[in-house]
Ligand binder design. Structure first.
Ligand code: AMP
Ligand code: ZN
Length: 112
């Protein structure tokens, strides 16, 4: 499968990892939109939020259990935003479920 995030998980594409365990990986976004911009992904290929089911949702819970520590470790000491884009209207560009952690500054109020 031609998925760049699966290739990052396999080490075929380099990334700056900030957290990894057996189920998930977090790494710096290549095109940061804020001083802290990290992506958190499941190692299992799930295409988007639309692919979350009762069978695989435990990994999503695991991601959210780890987000506070990842965010703080990366420098979000005064809050952060978690975003996932799903589908064309949201401009999802990589079809592997990922959660953006944005922070390190006072973020704009407008979400679109
Ligand atoms: P989205 O638009 O929500 O699908 O977000 C995809 C994100 O992946 C964008 O913010 C990209 O900058 C980021 N991205 C794409 N390729 C890479 C890569 N090789 N390493 C790190 N981040 C990437
Ligand atoms: Zn993938």
């Amino acid at each position: 499968m031609d998925c760049i995030f699966c290739k990052i998980i396999k080490g075929e594409i380099p990334s700056t990892k900030v957290y990894e365990d057996e189920k998930i990986l977090a790494f710096k976004d290549i095109n940061p939109m804020a001083p802290v911009h990290v992506l958190v992904i499941p190692k299992e290929h799930i295409p988007s939020c639309d692919g979350i089911t009762a069978q695989n949702s435990a990994v999503v819970a695991h991601i959210f259990e780890n987000i506070p520590e990842i965010a703080k470790k990366c420098g979000c000491t005064n809050g952060y935003r978690v975003i996932t884009n799903c589908g064309d209207d949201a401009k999802q560009s990589v079809k592997h479920l990922h959660f953006h952690i944005l922070g390190g500054k006072s973020l704009p109020e407008n979400m679109g």
